[in-house]
Design a protein around this ligand. Structure first.
Ligand code: HEC
Length: 106
């Protein structure tokens, strides 16, 4: 009896984790939002294009993530770890123009 309950709890936890990971593309969108504001909004929306997650489609953000060297300002970025960059792109993709909740970064 007790074992069944424990198995059930473990299975539920596994499902929750798998679902949140699938939704977040492996990164942390909340942290990505913070990092985008801190490292990218210093220019974007000030002296560069007013870039927000909703500026692009998910597939466009995915293409940029796959080839960041194609981004014109890459050389001006601060030193971001792969994990930070993954979080930023996760935020952009999760809240893109064609996502369930497009976000404008004001
Ligand atoms: C030092 C200023 C600066 C910083 C910091 C900066 N950018 Fe840019 N970015 C620019 C400029 C200038 C352009 C080219 C002209 C434009 O889009 O305004 C550009 C262009 C881009 C483009 C292409 C624009 C488009 O519409 O396709 C993307 C994507 C981009 N930046 C993403 C980022 C991300 C992500 C970060 C943070 C990791 C970032 N930028 C940080 C100045 C900056």
């Amino acid at each position: 009896m007790q074992r069944k309950v424990i198995t059930g709890i473990v299975a539920a936890l596994f499902l929750v984790t798998a679902f949140s990971m699938a939704f977040a593309e492996g990164g942390n969108a909340r942290k990505g939002k913070y990092l985008y504001r801190k490292h990218c909004r210093t220019c974007h929306g000030v002296n560069a294009s007013d870039l927000s997650p909703s500026s692009k489609l998910q597939k466009e953000w995915k293409a940029l993530q796959a080839d960041p060297s194609s981004i014109p300002c890459k050389a001006d970025w601060p030193n971001l770890s792969d994990s930070d960059l993954n979080d930023i792109f996760t935020y952009m993709i999760d809240f893109a123009k064609d996502s369930p909740s497009p976000a404008k970064c004001s």
